[in-house]
Design a protein around this ligand. Sequence first.
Ligand SMILES: [Fe+2]
Ligand SMILES: [Fe+2]
Length: 393
Amino acid sequence: MPGKIHKIGTFSDWVGLFNEWRKEVGVDHDQIKDFKFDTLYGAIETEEITFGYYKGRNKWENMRQIPTQNMRDALMNLIVYQGDTEFASVEQQRWLFESAPSDYDRSCLTRVMIEEMRHGWQMCALLIDFFGDTGKVEAKKMLDRRAYENKRLLGSFNEECDNWLDFFAFTDFVDRDGKFQLQMLKYSAFAPLGRSMSYMLKEEAFHMGTGNTGLARIAEAGVVPGWLMQKYLNKWLSSSYDLFGTDNSSSAQWAYTWGLKGRYDEPANPHAANLEDLNDYNRHLYRDECAILIKRISNAQKAGSTPLYCPDIKFNRNIGRWKQQFFHPQTGQQMEEKEYRAELDSWMPNAADKKLLMDIIGAEKKWIAPRLGGRDPLVTIGEVRKNAINAVQ
Ligand SMILES: [Fe+2]
Ligand SMILES: [Fe+2]
């Protein structure tokens, strides 16, 4: 693109590109433009490495303290993947402003977007501040890829998210995968990453709350049929399972051994990690949490409705040991391919389902129950900042 710089030298060069990117993807609304983005750090529980080969030593504060180049490369990769998801989700959600069910919901969307952009900003600040020229190149590439060109690094972040049922399912379940990833990186031996995560997690809580109450409000209204909701749950949960990565992943093993990324329940888990199975271990903890939430959403439905369920961990998987095999979403039973394919349409949203959903959303004002007692999320957005250890109060 003419006039666009090809290389960045400083963080303020990157900020220039970030401002351009907001305009280009179409999210430069006033409230977003006026927001003061900055790099924020929160407190970490310990300055000592708590797992892996370097356990007991001091956490690292800069690149020179990290023992090997392989470790520095793996660390950078974790940060790049994290940052990529943040900008991607903004690209995926950019069309939702006009169709917001209420002013309150529009403010929620604005806040979610602002915070995701800040998360991407935070990851780029780490890349630029700590990783030299390669970090600068990666920080720039983060704003070059586009979800709507299928260029984002992870599958769920190239999927369409163009209606408010998608949005609520996305923020409840894909952002919840985000929470799991942030929590695992919070224990990192690289202290600036841990401090970034502990702060970002506080912001992330709002996103998941938005998604979860949104889905409960749809269930409560009872206008979108339960079977249709179930299809969207199946879509987003099965793709979220994939986000945890392959089983027996060697990069997960190294990330753990080197102390870069812990298990989700690392400080509370008294058992030695099974290095062969780290991703799947975390994936199961994630599914357990989602299953409880779906029960609650299901309870919001009218009496006598068919209960909603959390799809089986083997259903519709595109990576890992269950990849492209055929399992029933509710029972987890293995099926013949032919039988599975014949039923797949009744489990996953198809074009007709989407049309039906859009018709309902377009015609029925009461497709979602109102949010009672919610405070304006753009007024409370600053509250979480009080937890930052480097913020100007
Ligand atoms: Fe985020
Ligand atoms: Fe989020």
